[in-house]
Design a protein around this ligand. Sequence first.
Ligand code: NAD
Length: 462
Amino acid sequence: MNTLLSKVSVAEDRGRPVLDAATREVVGHAPVHTVDQLNTAIAAAAAAQPNWAALGHAERSRLLHAIADDIDAHAVELGEIITHEQGKAGGEGEAHGAAHWLRAAADTVLEPQVLHDDGTSRAELHYVPLGVVASIGPWNFPVMIAVWHVAPALRMGNTVVLKPSENTPLSVLALAEIFRRHLPEGVLTAVSGDREVGAALAAHPGVAKIVFTGSTATGRRIVESSASNLARLTLELGGNDAGIVLPGTDVDAIADKLFWAAFMNTGQVCAALKRLYVHESIYPDVVEALAERAEKAPMGPGRDKANRLGPVQNPAQFEIVSRLVEDARERGARIVTGGAAAAELGPLFYRPTIIADVDDGAAVVDEEQFGPVLPVIRYTDVDDAVRRANNTEQGLGASVWSADPDEAAAVAQRLEAGTVWINQHGGVDPAIPFGGTKASGYGLEFGVEGLKAMAATKVIRR
Ligand code: NAD
């Protein structure tokens, strides 16, 4: 009996069914809140905000630590809900990760700055709360990303209205239930609804800031609606991250990291490796090493912890993955391994797929696949690989792989991305700012920069 799930799941006639990503069985029912209920939540958040701000940093941090401890204490139950509705094997790990990031936000120091002091005049820069922050999240790391939004916002003295993805609402409602046990009324409210509720939240005049993680298309809509409420925005949008493997790289030394950079969370990671450019001198070796790993990677329902790859989370994403692979096949690309559903495991499983002899212009290279598929592209000239890697509207992450770190660092300077990793890809850290460039969005999360993004600045001069 999962007590967290029974607490947040509503009666069948009062909510919408949420399906297990692996089995497509009903996990529970999520409430479908109305715009009226959203308005009530925002009014409660606005009413609670002054007292929450008045508590001060030390007390807020203490409460965030208590919540982190409670998340850890319920990680098995919370992880089970994540695994059911998201599909991943690491649901419990995601819950512990959320607790870790919450503690980091609680402990990060952001002091007022003295900008000028000559004995007769002085100017100080202070970081003050914005008011009500709206968080709108995706389905790939529902709990982790909710904490990425909520933790710095609360820490800085804002109150939050949180809207989870309609694909994974129950885990986020369960997370909010844990928060609720520790916080004054109205400080954090989860509103579970679909796109209409998301759109109403983004456009609401009572919202001072929106932190959004999701697709570039939705990000653009949120920018449009911010013209009316002038809400500040942090937008973590889609990516189509390129990796470049330089000539002379030891393939065996990087193969595991390369594979998991693309296939972690079954490829459903914003900053996963999504296009891999490999120098012709080592191209066959890299393709073979990746295919070998794809064939061995244990795939199946996440409730069996031996599995490392799970299902694609939802049918719409499964269609995208299938369409991109079919398009590549029709263009004559070589499907080295995979390239088909793994229907024996469940309706949304897709075999880990390595595509070779594919080029820019193929949809699987030009578009974000967000699934267990990696196109591997041959190049001859490093300058050309850099040009092709940058030839996209997106700019979330990128990576360079080389035996020579200085050479890799020089190439990294030329890549257009918010983060460029060397001999790794996709790792994030609570102390290191993360954010995109170009159509991957703007604004930073994590660390001191993440706290600043959840505050207004106020200058005091005398
Ligand atoms: P999505 O844009 O379809 O949905 C995200 C959220 O926005 C959902 O909660 C949805 O209900 C809400 N929404 C939809 N329309 C809205 C509107 N008009 N106004 C306000 N809210 C609205 O994205 P998704 O399919 O859930 O997530 C996958 C995408 O997210 C991928 O492109 C991926 O790259 C991206 N992503 C980015 C990051 C990052 O940090 N950059 C992290 C994870 C996922």
